[in-house]
Write a protein that binds this ligand. Structure first.
Ligand code: G6P
Length: 611
């Protein structure tokens, strides 16, 4: 949610900042801006409404040379997307700030600062920070000390970076609830909200921790913790190849990431399977002992990750007989939860920085949970650092805002969890266990075969491009797959889509069915297939148009109202993974036909680090 880049060097930094913003654009993209300390010893800035490309064009016309600078790409929270609300924000042409997060007490701060004579030029919460710093410097001229006082007065979440024309040899940064990372160069140093932004200039990073304040100079980086003690944070080598976050020959990141799923799943499985069981160490050294004590599971997540949790609930309850609840984090964090003894708290997140999911994890620590497990794609994230056990999904960087490979690898991780848990508790049927393990090993190949359906799904997509609504149906663990299919279509094609458990159709949504309402069903070969077929008859009988993704071994009859797309046969337990992929392809091709911004759909952001 919003992206921050900062740089201090001997060379001109504006190209570095711009490249960083381009790499961060997936986090927010309604406006962008840059401030640089110019050779004329002044802060200069350029801001533009719209994408980073708009800023780039403006910088061509009005270059910002300088060796110290900060930049930002925004996802609006306070104040509409506009040039005036774009960061960096200035106070008296002297201090510039970029900020991710939300300052909750901005209104009272604004009132106080206005009474002190400050004029606000934006509707943002961020502008209060920069005027507050300027005001504090009247009694505390050292910017670092002023920042220390200021953070004590800020309520809410922030990752922020600032520069001052009075102290042009450093960038100051503070983190509380919104990630920041320092990039280390030789004779130059950098700052960003995500290491991806700086991969073109370094592979050495220091992750700031909650409450840290950092001073970044050309030759050194100093960090103080939340208690103002100087600290050394470890330097982490980022070994993800830079090209994994580049589009290559693909038109969109989303298609690239859909296509990467066989390899991503392979990586998620690598070194985690013995011949016939899952290695519990995959979840951490203490996992084995902890899993034996689990009597109940509480899963918490947001968005697509929440759908992964919903699938997992079917797996965990049916295969291990362990009760399991799933809840969206924004609800869970604010309600009183009756915690059953022996409950394992499981969070699922691609980024590991989603504010609600993190808050839910922190909230769980005040309750009597057995422990916490994070299923996450980012090893350095807050969620991972704050959880007792971790399973990394190893999907690689996911740039498209609509999650694809992160979801399928989460499902694989959750199936590994189900199997490890079932074995630890002796509740798993061993034959079932080895058949699922064998099917998991074969999954990358079947995923590859499934991706070959892309061309026929592209043709099918034409039936949707003019539609305004769509209904997705599934039963059992395919119901969350239907939910995820509907979410994908909404997110990137802006078609209103809903998902229902097929058996629920007759209790309301059937009233919506007519020839204008495409109905998409996922029909693997499982125990509920015949029930699903009856539900689909209810659609046909009302003149509805059916699009059925069905197991190729099942004779599904096509007619004028029913299109059938044959999907490779798969072990029924793994079917949610495969049927998700065909629905991803459907949404992708519909969105391309509609000409939407596939990778950066309107109003959304990849990583939601605000409430
Ligand atoms: C945002 C993204 C979704 C994602 C959700 C949860 O809404 O656009 O794609 O599923 O956040 O993100 P997380 O990183 O916690 O999985």
């Amino acid at each position: 949610m919003c992206g921050i880049v900062g740089a201090i060097a001997e060379r001109n930094v504006s190209a570095i900042l711009l490249e960083g913003l381009k790499r961060l654009e997936y986090r927010g993209y309604d406006s962008a801006g840059m401030a640089v300390y110019s050779p004329q010893q002044q802060l200069q800035r350029v801001r533009r409404l719209g994408k980073v490309a708009e800023l780039e064009a403006a910088l061509k016309a009005q270059p910002l040379p300088g060796t110290l600078g900060i930049a930002h790409t925004r996802w609006a929270t306070h104040g509409a997307p506009s040039e005036a609300n774009a960061h960096p924000h200035f106070s008296n042409q002297e201090i510039a700030v970029v900020h991710n997060g939300i300052i909750e007490n901005h209104q009272s701060l604004r009132g106080t600062l206005q009474a002190e004579g400050y004029t606000f030029t934006s509707q943002t919460d961020t502008e209060t920070i920069v005027h507050l710093l300027h005001h504090l410097q009247k009694s505390q001229p050292d910017l670092l000390e002023a920042l220390r006082i200021a953070v004590g007065q800020l309520h809410g979440a922030y990752g922020l970076a600032l520069i001052s024309s009075k102290e042009p040899e450093r960038i100051l940064a503070a983190r509380s609830g919104s990630p920041l990372v320092v990039g280390l160069g030789i004779g130059e140093n950098f700052l960003a909200s995500d290491p991806l932004a700086l991969r073109q200039v370094t592979d050495r990073f220091i992750y700031l921790e909650e409450g840290d304040i950092a001073v970044i100079e050309r030759q050194r980086v100093q960090i103080w913790d939340a208690h103002n003690n100087p600290v050394e944070r470890p330097v982490v080598l980022y070994n993800e190849p830079a090209e994994s976050s580049e589009k290559g020959s693909y038109r969109h990141f989303m298609l690239k990431e859909i296509d990467e799923q066989p390899q991503a799943v392979q990586r998620t499985l690598a070194d985690r399977l013995a011949a016939d069981h899952v290695l519990p160490e995959a979840f951490g050294a203490e996992a084995s002992a902890l899993f034996k004590q689990v009597k109940n599971i509480q899963i918490v997540a947001c968005g697509t990750s929440y759908h992964a949790g919903m699938v997992a609930r079917y797996w965990i309850e049916s295969l291990t007989n362990t009760p399991c609840q799933v809840e969206v984090a924004s609800e869970f964090r604010y309600r009183h939860v009756a915690v059953q003894p022996g409950t394992l708290f499981v969070s699922i997140s691609q980024s590991g920085e989603t504010a609600d999911t993190l808050a839910a994890l922190r909230h769980s620590k005040d309750n009597n949970y057995l422990g916490s497990l994070a299923i996450c794609n980012v090893g350095t994230s807050s969620l991972v650092r704050e959880s007792d056990l971790v399973l990394l999904t190893r999907a690689g960087p996911e740039i498209g805002v609509a999650s694809t490979k992160a979801f399928t690898t989460q499902l694989v991780g959750l199936l590994l969890l189900t199997l490890a848990l079932g074995r630890a508790q002796n509740s798993l049927d061993t034959e079932q266990e080895s058949s699922i393990i064998a099917a998991l090993r074969n999954l990358p190949k079947i995923l590859n075969d499934t991706l070959a359906l892309s061309t026929s799904i592209e043709q099918l997509a034409q039936c949707f491009a003019e539609k305004h609504h769509a209904l997705f149906l599934g039963r059992g663990e395919q119901y969350p797959v239907a939910l995820e299919g509907a979410l994908k279509l909404k997110e990137i094609s802006y078609i209103h889509a809903e998902a229902y458990p097929a058996g629920e159709l007759k209790h309301g949504p059937l009233a919506l069915v007519d020839s204008e309402m495409p109905v998409i069903a996922v029909a693997p070969n499982n125990d509920l297939l015949e029930k699903l077929k009856s539900n689909l008859q209810e659609v046909s009988a009302r003149g509805g148009q059916l699009f059925v993704f069905a197991d190729s071994s099942v004779p599904f009859i096509e007619d004028t109202q029913t299109r059938v797309i044959k999907v490779p046969s798969i072990h029924p337990t793994l079917a949610p993974i495969l049927y998700t992929v065909v629905l991803q392809l459907l949404s992708y091709h519909v969105a391309v036909l509609k000409g939407t911004d596939v990778d950066q759909p309107r109003n959304l952001a990849k990583s939601v680090t605000v409430e």
